[in-house]
Structure formats: structure tokens, C-alpha cells
Ligand binder design. Structure first.
Ligand code: APR
Length: 234
């Protein structure tokens, strides 16, 4: 299993205390996506959008990475082949858990983007549209997060990695949002083995060779330990 591609979703950060989107108590239960997570919402009421993301940024800064984040960082450090970590999450718990080169396909809560010139910079905890862009000084500051209706980031690189994958693992994602939900099909087409690790089976669970259900902090460290043992020939 030389080349491993991992896709994570909100479920991997759930046990750190961050809300998921579609579970009971999820963010989309008490927030209307069309009011806080679309370009039209930002044009209509930028302050409401900034409040939604500033609250999440404030909260995400206070929680800690969990054993699942730490186990994936261990895999990246100890696996002799290549481990590509793609996340739909905008929190920075993979990085704080020791992972490097994390591909944030839905952007990052802790980064700001100028809607005027496209410049990116580290986000202040409280962000306002009127914050002048450090590059063009326009007051068009937005969270560097991919909204519904926008193109996810780094898709070319992700597809390249999927074509070369020997093993694809989806962790903590409901498999309901595309294009991420289709990665398992791309990986299988390239001949990769595919595994889903989730609290409950995701919507696209039937597309995986193997499905392991349980809390990420239990099933992910076990999976990493098994992989590394097999690679050592133990
Ligand atoms: N351990 C493992 N899996 C868990 C845990 C846990 N402790 N808790 C929840 N899960 C699983 C749920 O079973 C569910 O399948 O995590 C998944 C969370 O699904 P969603 O809330 O839909 O989150 P996600 O799949 O990341 O959403 C994808 O949708 O709203 C957009 O941009 C947003 O990136 C997000 C995208």
C-alpha cells in the first residue's frame, strides 16, 4: 500500500467538540446554509456571514486535536510510501495534531481572502468585511472558505493523487457533498482498495470495499496501528 489517500470530514473533529453539519445538533440544524454559506449570502448580509464564521473560528481555536487527528499524523510520519491528507474541514486540528501538507479542499477558517484581488492572509479571530486587504486595501475581506456554489480548491492535485492511490480511506464524512463524495469511485477506478470509517455508514458506503463503524478516536488509531504493523511485516 504505497500511496494512501485519506479524505476527512466533520466527524473526525466531532470528539474534539466541534459540531458536524448533518448529525442531530449539527450546524445546518440551526443555520440556514443559504444565509451564511453562499456567495449570495455574503453579498446580501456580510456581517451575518462574518458572525457565523467568527463564532466558529473562536470556538475552533479553543478545542484540541483528538486521537484520530494524531493517528493520521503518525501515519504521515511513519508510513514509507506517500500519504495524502485531503480534508473537507476548515478547522486546523489536523495541523495542530501534527499533520503537514493538509489539502483543505473547502478552504480554512483561519485564513482570510480578499474578494477584490484574491490575496490571502492569516485571519484575525474577529473578521469584518471592512478590514482593508493588506495587498489592495479594498474593504472586501471574506473568510477563505469554499461556499456552496463555489469550486472546491486543489481539485487537480487531488485527482492526480487519486489516480495513483493504492488505498483510499474516507473518515468522518456523510458522503453527501460532491465532488468529495465521488472520490471513492475515482480511487476504485484506479485500482485502489477503499475503506470508510464513520460513526454510522455514510450515504455512499456501498461504494467502499470495507466499512468500519465507530467513533474516530477508537477506529482510526487501530487502523493506523494495523497498517504500520502490516508494513513492518509484523
Ligand atoms: N467519529 C466518526 N464519525 C463521526 C463521528 C465520530 N465521533 N461523529 C459523527 N461522525 C460522522 C457522521 O456519522 C457523519 O457521517 O461524520 C459524518 C459527518 O457528516 P456531515 O455533518 O455531513 O459532515 P461532512 O461530511 O464533513 O460535510 C461535508 O458539507 O456542509 C458542507 O462544507 C461542509 O465540508 C462540509 C461538507
Amino acid at each position: 500500500m504505497r500511496n494512501i489517500v485519506i479524505l476527512t470530514g466533520a466527524g473526525i473533529s466531532a470528539e474534539s467538540g466541534l459540531r458536524t453539519f448533518r448529525d442531530s445538533g449539527g450546524l445546518w440544524e440551526d443555520h440556514d446554509v443559504t444565509k451564511v454559506a453562499t456567495p449570495e449570502a455574503f453579498e446580501r448580509d456580510p456581517d451575518l456571514v462574518h458572525r457565523f464564521y467568527s463564532d466558529r473560528r473562536n470556538y475552533a481555536a479553543k478545542v484540541e486535536p483528538n486521537a484520530a487527528h494524531i493517528a493520521l499524523a503518525r501515519l504521515q510520519n511513519e508510513h514509507r510510501g506517500r500519504v495524502t491528507l485531503v480534508t473537507q474541514n476548515v478547522d486546523n486540528l489536523h495541523e495542530r495534531g501534527g499533520s503537514s501538507e493538509v489539502i483543505h479542499m473547502h478552504g480554512e477558517l483561519f485564513r482570510a481572502l480578499c474578494a477584490g484581488c484574491g490575496h490571502r492572509w492569516d485571519a484575525p479571530v474577529e473578521m469584518r468585511t471592512t478590514d482593508p486587504c493588506p495587498s489592495c486595501s479594498l474593504p472586501r475581506t471574506r473568510p477563505d472558505v469554499v461556499w456552496f456554489g463555489e469550486m472546491p480548491y486543489h481539485m487537480d492535485e487531488i485527482h492526480e493523487r487519486l489516480e495513483e492511490a493504492d488505498l483510499f480511506a474516507a473518515i468522518g464524512t456523510s458522503g453527501t457533498v460532491y465532488p468529495a463524495a465521488f472520490f471513492v469511485v475515482d480511487a476504485a477506478r484506479s485500482g485502489a482498495r477503499t475503506i470508510e470509517m464513520n460513526l454510522e455508514a455514510g450515504e455512499n458506503a456501498s461504494a467502499f470495499d470495507e466499512v468500519v463503524n465507530g467513533p474516530a478516536t477508537e477506529i482510526v488509531p487501530d487502523w493506523v496501528e494495523c497498517l504500520l504493523k502490516k508494513a513492518r511485516g509484523d
